[in-house]
Design a binder for this molecule. Structure first.
Ligand code: ADP
Ligand code: MG
Length: 345
């Protein structure tokens, strides 16, 4: 079943002629986590606010569980959309205990049911022991879990999360990612999860929607987005890629690092770009026949990353184990080690 459906949704703000969200269409099946990712200002928050009913689209239609929520004729207010929200600042009520914060969305329900639901939620997020505490006496991660329990308690049809971990420190962020994904999956929740962090999106999403300037640039599984980016923008944003110019020749693709045997059904001479990540490139010291120079070396824990400048002028990054430490200025012979590097157009 499709839990959320957007049909050609657009939203432009008065002060800004460029649409914040531009002709967005997508379907989200029930039980899936969609990670919406892109650089700052690309329209992620506006998309969530449109789904929540905190903004009205200029054009297009929004359906939740098959029910029309917004169009040029219809507007269902946020409290009647069955949507739970978790934001960056976790906005708990400071004067309410953890228990009462989680119970907030259950007002009007019988008291025993409220108690049961709140306890079940607190158990799920591992905070039963803190039910009587006030938000100021919680850590950032605990507050975020309370916010999640509060959003999930009314059993929303759809959960919307906007950069929920960005106020946590790096360690806590990694831990919360795993916990929260586990909880959402256990609940079978349908989720739109917004982040500007590529790694977080790859981790959290069953599918990713990569945004650029208000438009969806690519929609796919984490593997598709990472290994089969359809544009230079996605390859660059998602995978820290470098790019080499190439052109189609009979045997494959001609590049400054030789010919890649990857036949494309394109006329000879067609220009393409080859996206290369640091593990797609290898090099060995070679004073005589080198085609590159080591510019800089960076320590990265288990390995080093080298920045190389090719004779043809391009800059590439490559990994090497510690066992071999090479100095800047050394002439090397670089080659593409990936069998099928990503080609973008
Ligand atoms: P993101 O969450 O991806 O960083 P936003 O959805 O917040 O992006 O913003 C998308 C674009 O819309 C930005 O250019 C932003 O400045 C603009 N924008 C967002 N909200 C408003 C608003 N209320 N009024 C005017 N412009 C806005
Ligand atoms: Mg935002």
């Amino acid at each position: 079943m499709i839990a959320l459906s957007l049909h050609h949704v657009s939203r432009t703000f008065a002060q800004n002629p460029r649409p914040a969200v531009d002709d967005l269409s997508l379907d989200l099946p029930a039980g899936q986590i969609l990670a919406l990712v892109g650089p700052s200002g690309c329209g992620k928050t506006t998309t969530l606010r449109l789904i929540a009913g905190l903004e009205c689209p200029d054009r297009g239609k929004i359906f939740i569980n098959g029910r029309l929520m917004a169009s040029s004729l219809v507007f269902v207010p946020p409290e009647r959309r069955g949507v739970g929200m978790v934001f960056q600042d976790h906005a708990l009520f400071p004067h309410l205990t953890v228990f009462d914060n989680v119970a907030f969305g259950l007002r009007g329900k019988p008291r025993t049911q409220v108690r049961q639901t709140v306890h079940a939620m607190l158990e799920m997020v591992g905070l039963q022991a803190l039910a009587g505490r006030y938000p100021h006496a919680l850590s950032g991660g605990e507050r975020q879990r309370v916010a999640l329990a509060r959003a999930l308690a009314p059993r929303p049809v759809l959960v919307l999360m906007d950069e929920p971990f960005s106020s946590l420190d790096a360690d806590m962020r990694l831990e919360m990612r795993e916990q929260v994904r586990g909880i959402l999956k256990e609940m079978g929740a349908t989720v739109v999860f917004v982040t500007h962090d590529q790694e977080e999106a790859l981790f959290m999403g069953d599918r990713l929607a990569v945004f650029r300037e208000g438009r969806m640039e690519q929609l796919g599984t984490p593997e598709e987005i990472f290994h089969a980016s359809t544009s230079r923008f996605v390859a660059e944003f998602m995978g820290d890629s470098d790019f080499l110019p190439g052109s189609v020749v009979h045997e494959g693709i001609h590049t400054p690092l030789g010919v890649i045997a990857q036949p494309l059904s394109l006329p000879a001479g067609t220009p393409v770009e080859i996206a290369l990540r640091a593990d797609d490139v290898d090099f060995v010291p070679d004073g005589q026949n080198g085609n590159a120079v080591i510019v800089e070396r960076f320590f990265r824990g288990a390995f080093h990353v080298y920045r190389l400048r090719l004779e043809s002028g391009e800059v590439l990054h490559a990994f090497k184990e510690h066992t071999l430490v090479l100095p800047a200025g050394m002439r090397v012979r670089a080659r593409i080690s990936a069998e099928h590097p990503l080609i973008v157009f």
